[in-house]
Every structure is written in structure tokens, then in C-alpha cells.
Write a protein that binds this ligand. Structure first.
Ligand SMILES: *Cc1c(COP(=O)(O)O)cnc(C)c1O
Length: 369
């Protein structure tokens, strides 16, 4: 018979009948992409929900990173973290920019501001941090460094949907922030993403850039790309926005259950909530100290898999270990000790809105042995 497979994530899906009603509207309008009515509504609704001034929708979460670098004319070297999803660094590579990796803070998994200044050279033009697992970076310290050296900041906020610090959106930090609405994320439009910016002029420029650079019927103002979100996924996104708070609260309850059950397990550590932060519970990483736990991370990971509990070694390997990047001077492991340590000990536990008590119990049993 075997146990039901518990997956690491499960997509938040809109109600099918409600989605069909919106599809009928699209069919009757016969306007299926290019800044349609649902696209417009979703941009407004997201700006409102996220408490940010301007949102520009994209067709995934990688293209806003690439486009932000283009819009800010970033060149040369950019300081970034190796502890992220590969898209962060790929966006630099696609722009002909040299990534410079610096180590992370083991307390958060985010780029360590203490390491940034030593990595700055005359070619440095920007910093690209990531709010890993939706935990806010030290945005004030990063901004102070950027101001001192005249650098831009682009936050890869793919994990940070709805995250707030003292009631303010984390997405308002830096020059721009980017989001991913991929199926695996807290909020999804199947594939999709967005850029958050502070002023109307930048919003207009980004809207041109994601539509080949078209500023009018016959005017192309820049070598743009095509990254428009269509009406069908915009409608889907409008419906999902209505239930995302409920989904985040369900994830919160899963996190509470995991923490209560795992706090006394020797060799297992995890993050607690940060004071004053509205978290989104996008991931639940645990870190295995093999000596204290009596089993290596990989042994536990494969044991869980054999028992149909699917975790994910997210982020392992580090971006700096992939063939494209491992030859870079900053990729040497001695430069990134904390990132290596975290990558070698992490397992993200199943975390989504649809986990039931029995699933949570089975996950916990795997780790408590
Ligand atoms: C998911 C993700 C991306 C890429 O988003 P896509 O929508 O899949 O293109 C970029 N950065 C990070 C940190 C991510 O987790």
C-alpha cells in the first residue's frame, strides 16, 4: 500500500469555477495579452496588497532580474551571494556582468554586509542580495555601503512576497526588487513574476523594456525584451491574491508545529521568527549537524525520500560550485565558508498550505527517528 507521497510544495490553485468565469470574460473580450484589463487590475491589486508604489508584471521571475540590470545600465562587477537559486547569478551572466560572491551570515542565510566592502573594486557597480527563504536582509547596512560607494542595489525578492518589517514592505528597499510567481512559490501565477519600483518614470521605462522597448506604435526607445504576462495568468493571479493570506496563515501553523516538535532534537537547528517581521513561511529549512544528530544531511534526506517524505536540499550545491561559475576568483571555498556550511547541512522540509496534521506528523517522525 505504502504511504502517500508528501511533496515539498504544492501549488496554490484558484477555484476552478471562478477561474472559468474570468476565462469567459477573456473569451468575450478577445484581448488575451499586451496590457489587457486583468493585467492592469493585477498590477494595481498587487501594489495595494504588497504596500508598494509601483508593480510591473513579468512572465517569470528571472526576466525582471535581467531587465533591472539593463534598466540601471549595470556593468562590470556585481557583488552577490552564492546561497540562492541559480537564476540570481544567471541574470548577471546574461548581461555580461562578472559576479563577485561574498559569504553569508549563518544567522540568516543572507549576504553578510561585513563581507561586502572588501569585495568592492573600481569595477563594482551594484549589489544583488537575496532575501533567502523570505528572511529580510539587513537593508539599512547594505544601503549605507551602497551610498558610500555609489552602488545600485537590486534585491532578488523571489522568496519575499508579502514580507514586511515594522509594517513596511521589504520590497521598498534598494533601487528595485524582483518577485517570482512560479508555481512553487507562496503566491503563483503558474509562471510569472514582477518588478517593484519607487517612481512612475521607472515604471514607464520598465513597461517599455518588457515590451521590446515600444513606447508607441512606431517608436522603440530601447533594445527591450518580451516578458509580458498574459490575460489568462493575470486572471489566475487575481483569484490567487484573494486566498494568499489564508495560505500564508496555514503555512505559519505548519512552521509552529515543526518548531514545537523539533526544538529539542540534538543536531537539528532552524530559524525562528524575527521580531517585528511579517514572515510568509515560504520555506522551512532545517540544518543538520551530522555529529550531534548521528546521521549526515544526505543520509537523512535519502531516508526521508525512501519513506515518501520529499524534502529539498535547497540551496545545494552553491551557485559558485556550478561549472559556469566555479572558475571565478570569488568562488574559492575559503572565501565562502558559511555558505558551504549551510549548503552542506540544509534540508527544506515540506511546506505548503495544504499539509494536513497527519502529513506534518509523518515529516516530524522522520526527523525525530
Ligand atoms: C524562483 C526564483 C527565481 C526565478 O524565478 P522564476 O519565476 O522561476 O524565473 C529567482 N531567484 C530566486 C531566489 C528564486 O527562488
Amino acid at each position: 500500500m505504502g504511504n502517500k507521497q508528501i511533496t515539498v510544495t504544492s501549488p496554490l490553485l484558484p477555484n476552478l469555477e471562478e477561474f472559468q468565469d474570468l476565462l469567459k470574460e477573456i473569451w468575450s473580450r478577445k484581448w488575451i495579452t499586451n496590457n489587457g484589463s486583468f493585467h492592469h487590475k493585477l498590477e494595481e491589486a498587487l501594489a495595494d496588497y504588497l504596500k508598494v508604489p509601483y508593480v510591473s508584471l513579468f512572465t517569470n521571475g528571472t526576466l525582471p532580474l535581467i531587465t533591472a540590470l539593463q534598466a540601471l545600465r549595470i556593468t562590470g562587477e556585481v557583488i552577490t551571494t552564492p546561497y540562492s537559486f541559480v537564476a540570481t547569478t544567471h541574470a548577471l551572466w546574461w548581461n555580461g556582468i562578472k559576479p563577485v560572491f561574498v559569504d553569508i551570515d549563518p544567522k540568516t542565510g543572507n549576504i553578510n554586509p561585513d563581507c561586502i566592502e572588501a569585495a568592492i573594486t573600481p569595477k563594482t557597480t551594484a549589489i544583488m542580495p537575496v532575501h533567502v527563504y523570505g528572511k529580510p536582509c539587513d537593508t539599512e547596512r547594505i544601503q549605507a555601503i551602497a551610498d558610500k560607494y555609489g552602488l545600485k542595489i537590486i534585491y532578488d525578492a523571489a522568496h519575499a512576497f508579502g514580507v514586511e518589517v515594522s509594517g513596511e514592505s521589504i520590497l521598498n528597499a534598494g533601487d528595485m526588487s524582483t518577485l517570482s510567481f512560479h508555481a512553487t512559490k507562496v503566491y503563483n501565477t503558474i509562471e510569472g513574476g514582477a518588478m517593484v519600483m519607487h517612481d512612475e518614470k521607472t515604471k514607464r521605462r520598465i513597461d517599455y523594456l518588457k515590451n521590446f522597448g515600444f513606447a508607441g506604435e512606431t517608436e522603440v526607445v530601447a533594445p527591450g525584451i518580451n516578458s509580458k504576462l498574459d490575460e489568462i495568468r493575470s486572471a489566475y493571479g487575481l483569484l490567487n491574491l484573494r486566498q494568499v493570506d489564508q495560505a500564508i496563515e496555514a503555512r505559519h501553523q505548519v512552521a509552529v508545529a515543526y518548531r514545537n516538535a523539533l526544538r529539542d532534537v540534538p543536531g537539528v537547528t532552524f530559524f525562528d521568527d524575527m521580531p517585528g517581521v511579517r514572515h510568509n513561511y515560504s520555506y522551512f529549512p532545517i540544518f543538520i549537524d551530522a555529529e550531534k544528530y548521528g546521521m549526515t544531511r544526505d543520509e537523512l534526506y535519502f531516508k526521508m525520500r525512501d519513506n515518501n517524505v520529499l524534502g529539498r536540499r535547497y540551496f545545494y550545491p552553491l551557485i559558485s560550485e556550478f561549472t559556469t561559475y566555479r572558475g571565478l576568483p570569488s568562488s574559492v571555498p575559503e572565501n565562502l565558508p558559511n555558505a558551504h556550511c549551510m549548503a552542506n547541512s540544509v534540508i527544506c522540509l515540506p511546506m505548503h498550505h495544504a499539509l494536513i496534521d497527519e502529513d506534518i506528523k509523518r515529516v516530524i517522525e522522520q526527523i525525530r527517528k
